[in-house]
Design a protein around this ligand. Sequence first.
Ligand code: GMT
Length: 375
Amino acid sequence: MNIGIVCYPTFGGSGVVATELGIALAKNGHKVHFITYRRPARLNEFYDNIYFHEVSSMKYPLFEYSPYETALASKLVDVVRYEKLDLLHVHYAIPHAAVAFMTKSVLAAKGIHLPVVTTLHGTDITLVGNDKSFAPVVEFSINSSDGVTAVSEHLKQETLAHFEISTDIKVIPNFIDFNQFKRTNQDHFKKAIAPQGERILTHTSNFRKVKRVQDVIEVFDRVRKKLPSKLLLIGDGPERPDMEEICRSKGIYGDVRFLGKQHAVAELLAVSDLFIIPSQNESFGLSALEAMACEVPVLSTNIGGLPEVNIQGETGFLCDVGDVANMTARALEVLTDDKKHQQFRSAALNRAQQFNIDAIRPMYEDLYSSLLNNS
Ligand code: GMT
């Protein structure tokens, strides 16, 4: 198949899932075209059947906001026509599903039928998508897609609860490529981060309010008082300056490393003893799955799609949002008992194996085939 993928090119989960799916599809013999405003962050190798089309929009003094949607749709029309794409798969509904509808309409006027798949990732439905300023277009463009997928059963139910949906939504979860995410020996690294054998707690996110990074720091501060520990904070975003300030005012800055955006996430997870994801809202929690693939137990909240990934008392613990006292107790429970810690590590790996890319990629391929057969 000749497949077009539209996504955000950032380190954010939807962009990562879109890019890793594209790479997996290309490895399985498909031609894949990424169409977005920058080369996707995870697309950092050469593949002879992956193509990247950069969208750039004209600058004009009248435009206070550059009309990216029009530029993206125009680029898509071009790529579909000249690269003869069979299908377009857009990730994150806003604005990509609406742009796909526009593209489809332009192509239909030229006698070209383009099947469109939209994957819903989370905040495109919850935090952002159901805001009045977006909701009517989000609903319309979901219903106009030929295939719709959601990354968890919870997100599917949220979509049905907030919108009038007239189309089927297929749940296809996030996935993991074990060639990239596996526990490797990083002893030198571990010694550099925790020279006295301290426990290493890790959190990865885009540092937005929804991630509640302040809870990560609070839990770490409490754990650290009982057990020598270090905290790795991977990623960057609007909350980072405040989080740095909290660490300084608590006097724990020396034990916390703000690592910023990283390519070496698997190496950092490989030295971690516990992964913390205390989000207020999380449709799936790809970062938790990546940690589990590296045999790191997960301390998460019990909201959204997280219970579909992290299993209470087996692969980690699930606590109420903001319940830092319980989170601290659970963290200490697993970090102070080597036998239990090892059991959790093995269970985390076993669970992650259920989301192996080799099992999930065919779900997308089957969906594409059924749409192409129908058209
Ligand atoms: O919504 C976000 O915060 C960003 C979004 C993204 O585009 O990175 O993440 C969402 O998609 C991921 C991949 O499907 C999921 O694993 C995340 O749980 C989801 N984030 C939220 O629901 C908050």
